[in-house]
Design a protein around this ligand. Structure first.
Ligand code: RIB
Length: 311
């Protein structure tokens, strides 16, 4: 079993479930409201740990109740938290989330302590709870910190999974440091500068991204599944998504990333890893909230066994 360090954000999600998101100038009533542990980094760490991996979280929270609640939830999910810094004088990151009746969300981020995670605070792996074999990164911390981690861990030949969410255009040099890029269609459009919707556009975007230098690319396509491309093994294929009722899509992408890392750390072959991560993400959309919706290993195995029997 290989170990995983997730370097990224922790947020308290303040979620309003509504019939329909408000238009500009409109005031509406929420159907329900909740405070839910979230943040793309923490969600991915929880997904990997619940899927059975050895995981540590590297990030920052404020010295407040939200920060304490987030750390407690990580620990309860089996994630090591020694690498999460308590930032004085700043609040824990907050995400204001609206989820409509179709399960689609919109998110406003207040970075708080996530914005204070400088490269110096990542330092070297000596300050981590353990030396990771695999490193998982996203974009809710400052990009110079992401860039530092890419350079430092690539030089150490760690396996790097990068989920460029929220999307931003990457410096060309950084692509070569990424083993696996996992992104959705919207993010792929930002990184490649072209439309990404049709099957052909998806294939082209993945081609551009591997030509930029990353070895593998997964473009997730929501209910349509995903596209996988591996440059070195010259592999490419589409994989369908599992059909499930959609309640709330929050953290589905994060669950895919974390579960993928966990299954890869176990040494499963790529098609099995993809199926496992897709099952975990499918379960997530059937439940409400971010970390409240991320499945345990037993749920994922049961879901997959059930689908196997129905074939
Ligand atoms: O990807 C979902 C996450 O994005 C939420 O948990 C929220 O915190 C935002 O970071």
């Amino acid at each position: 079993m290989r170990s995983i360090a997730v370097i990224g954000s922790l947020n308290m999600d303040i979620v309003n479930w509504v019939e329909k998101a408000p238009l500009p100038g409109e005031t509406i009533r929420a159907l329900a409201t909740a405070y839910v542990p979230g943040g793309k980094g923490a969600n991915q760490a929880v997904a990997a740990a619940r899927a059975g991996a050895m995981v540590e979280m590297i990030g920052g929270v404020g010295q407040d109740d939200y920060g304490e609640a987030l750390l407690e939830n990580l620990r309860a999910s089996g994630v090591r938290t020694e690498g999460v810094l308590l930032e004085p004088g700043v609040s824990t990151g907050i995400a204001f989330i609206t989820v409509d009746a179709l399960g689609e969300n919109s998110i406003i981020l207040a970075a708080g302590a996530n914005g204070k995670l400088t490269p110096e605070k990542i330092g070297t792996e000596d300050r981590f709870a353990f030396r990771p074999d695999m490193v998982v990164l996203q974009n809710e911390i400052p990009y110079p910190t992401v860039a530092y981690a890419l350079t430092y861990f690539a030089a150490m030949e760690k396996y790097i999974i990068y989920n460029p969410a929220p999307a931003l255009k990457l410096p060309e040099d950084d692509y070569r440091k990424i083993n696996l890029l996992i992104l959705n269609e919207t993010e792929a459009a930002v990184l490649t500068g072209g439309a990404v919707g049709s099957a052909e556009e998806v294939r082209n975007a993945a081609e551009i991204l591997v030509e930029c230098g990353c070895r593998e690319v997964i473009i997730t396509l929501g209910g349509r599944g995903l596209f996988y491309r591996n440059r070195e093994r010259n592999m490419m294929f589409f994989l369908n998504a599992f059909k499930v009722p959609v309640i709330d899509t929050t953290a589905a992408g994060d669950t895919f990333v974390g579960a993928y890392a966990a299954a890869l750390a176990e040494g499963l072959p790529v098609r099995e890893v993809l199926r496992f991560a897709s099952a975990a993400a499918a379960l997530t959309v059937t439940r409400k909230g971010a970390q409240t919706s991320i499945p345990e290993r037993a749920d994922i195995d049961l879901f997959l066994r059930d689908r196997q029997c129905r074939k």
